[in-house]
Design a protein around this ligand. Structure first.
Ligand SMILES: [Zn+2]
Length: 184
């Protein structure tokens, strides 16, 4: 009788050990490739990340771009020295730290090329084909000269351009607006 009890306990212990073994930690990563072993080991280790980012109080700007509109912020403080509009928007006034208010720019948004540069070798993370013209466009009523890109054509200083919006398949980034030559 005692022997049987001991046997049963043994079986139980073995089953428990097997169950524990099944719960063991597993390597779930991607196996690296060895590039070189001499004089030192060099491995190739591909990495991807899923970057989660909030636009916070600036969300209305990106929402408007998706809808084909440009929104800007203005400081509502009458005593502030800077009462012009800001694009890209600011949640708080850089001069007096008052919370900004939102305003839509009149459509179409027409601006003038203030300066430009050709991007031939873009940095990692720039999701535009190269070469492209990066243009700084002066927009009437703005305190800022926002940077974007010219969709087509050759820029020159003083060139009139019109904002267009990527409302179809928006990127939900600042790339959802760009400039095209404007003849009007
Ligand atoms: Zn202010």
């Amino acid at each position: 009788m005692i022997k049987k009890k001991v046997q049963k306990k043994k079986v139980q212990r073995k089953a428990k050990a097997r169950a524990e073994e099944k719960k063991q930690i597993k390597f779930i990563g991607q196996v690296t490739k060895i590039r070189q072993t001499e004089p030192a080991t060099v491995i190739e280790w591909p990495r991807t990340i899923n970057h989660v980012h909030t636009y916070g109080m600036l969300s209305p700007f990106f929402e408007a771009l998706r809808k084909g509109k440009m929104m800007a912020t203005r400081c509502p403080n009458e005593k502030c020295l800077e009462n012009r509009l800001w694009v890209p928007p600011r949640a708080h006034c850089p001069d007096c730290h008052t919370e900004m208010v939102w305003e839509s720019l009149p459509n179409p948004v027409i601006g003038t090329i203030y300066t430009f540069t050709q991007v031939v070798y873009a940095g990692i993370g720039i999701e535009l084909s190269t070469p492209y013209w990066q243009v700084d466009v002066a927009i009437p009523g703005l305190a800022t000269i926002p940077k974007s890109y010219l969709l087509y054509g050759e820029p020159y200083i003083g060139m009139k351009v019109k904002a267009e919006f990527r409302t179809k398949n928006p990127t939900n980034t600042v790339l959802d607006y760009y400039w095209v030559p404007y003849a009007g």
